[in-house]
Design a protein around this ligand. Sequence first.
Ligand code: ADP
Ligand code: MG
Length: 628
Amino acid sequence: MAEHKHPPMGPGKGPGRKGAFQKPKDLRQTLGKLMRYLGRYKLHLCVVAALLVVSSACSVGGSFLIKPLINDYILPGDFPGLARMLGVMALVYVTGAACSYGYARIMVHVSQNTVARIREELFEKMQRLPLKYFDTHTHGELMSRYTNDIETVSEALNNSFGSLISCVLTFTGTIGMMIYLNPILTLITFGMLWVMLFAVKTIGGRSRRYFAAQQKALGEVNGYIEEMIEGQKVIKVFTHEAVARREFQELNEAYRQAGTNAQTFAGIMPPTMGNLSYLNYALTCCVGALLAIRSGDLGGLAAFLTYSRQVSQPINQISQQVNTLLSAAAGAERIFEVMETEPELDEGKVTLVQVTEDRSGTLSEADHETSHWAWKKADGTLVPLRGDVRFDHVVFGYDEDKTVLHDISLYAKPGQKIAFVGSTGAGKTTITSLINRFYEIQSGTITYDGINIREIEKDSLRRSLGVVLQDTHLFTGTVADNIRYGRLDASDDEVEVAARLAGAHDFISKLPKGYHTVISGDGGSLSQGERQLLNIARAACANPPVLVLDEATSSIDTRTEALIEKGMDYLMEGRTVFVIAHRLSTVRNAKAIMVLEQGEIIERGDHDDLIRQKGRYYQLYTGQAELA
Ligand SMILES: Nc1ncnc2c1ncn2[C@@H]1O[C@H](COP(=O)(O)OP(=O)(O)O)[C@@H](O)[C@H]1O
Ligand SMILES: [Mg+2]
């Protein structure tokens, strides 16, 4: 199940940087959803729109002022008037710049808030996804929702959105002014613009393909590196270094080629556009000069020439911004896909509450901390929590068409220790996942204190169960924090008591900072056995009425195990324990032992019964005894 156990084979699907130039599947719908997020910033966006219009108008209008500047002040020689006019021009440009700055600031505010919200919602959603989702999606895939996709959305909102509108406004404004100033010269500009558009389309199209190839190659290189870092130990164990290096060289070479192509092509665009724009300028100059000699409108010509220098800039930018926006929309679409995945269903109404019991034995809900728990049904009746778990003809498969558990029936009465034994893959872990409702069963029922677990709220159900999972996980933090994970309000003393019960106190005391030692990277610096002890301490700290130990002591020596068992027996007095153990000596004292093979319970009984039956358990036990 855990991702990092994959052997290093071939390139993985690691997260590349921006997923450049991918087209969204349904642009309108995605934009609509994005707009819902932006909706709360209506006022901000209105101000942005106003500032955009003013800044574009200033940038277009400023250039127009050249015409009166020359015709009315420079040519007649009115120098005080010229100074005033220059002042007005400066004011227009400064206003334009101030507006640009203003809308950019507001957009940053809007986009960062929006993106933070999306990130938060995505994280919240991820916590509610059923385990099945994680079984079928790699963690690299999920990670890239947070890294690449949210990043492209953020970039688009920060910059591209405003720039695009500003470019379009400036472009139309400029064209309008040009037509107003000189319709004949505008025809030349239109001709040249057509040539430029053609260049953008052909060069841009090719370069887009090369960039996409570069992104893909980068993704593969990154994925490979990620896998190699995770699998370092396995690589070393199998002396796979040379192969890994060779595979990496191939990927790296592919990336180099794709990068060279993309960058070469990207380098062609600016000089091409620059030259075309100079050509346009030169042509306009010549024709414009001829026309101006006749009309005498020198100022109009100067203003027109300024516009004709400016008009080509937005074309290139518009096409770039549209691409950024499209890939952001594609990213947003993938984010929404995760957000719209069916969450883990929780139709349960029965909750877990703390209760007090008066002398006559009647329960009432407590408003303070007590040591008694009860199930509170929807109608308010309280059922004491005892830890009676029953499976009735349960059928289950991770996939609909492949049954893993066939017709499992069992019961565990409060205080009983029930053991599951059987070969690897028999379905032991699966049974415990079902008690927890990690997965939905296909038929049959599971009841807990007589209540169908479907009717119990998942949080309450899981709080009532202490599960020590087969694959342990420690979080970055101190040893004490990790133990306290079981119950956040446990005091330091309670943490230590739990550690002692779990037999973890001895090794913790020997750590450099004892309980305050920081562990990171899933406790990589601890031995497997020590990690298991911490996990047991965590469950002991939670002090649940039902405890599930899934091969929890498999990496612990027999002497320590015996110690833990004593502690656990004390802790679990009057409560139910499910134990899965491959060391059969661990389960000898269980009230009932279920022998599981290929998803079926083939034998059940206590140790002596099973030995007497001389069946599978007997074989396993005697086989083990011989081995030991
Ligand atoms: N998340 C999963 N998705 C699909 N199949 C699974 C998953 N987990 C376990 N299985 C399959 O279910 C069967 C029982 O597995 P499991 O309960 O883990 O066995 P045990 O704990 O007895 O070794 C195995 O065949 C295993 O391959
Ligand atoms: Mg297992």
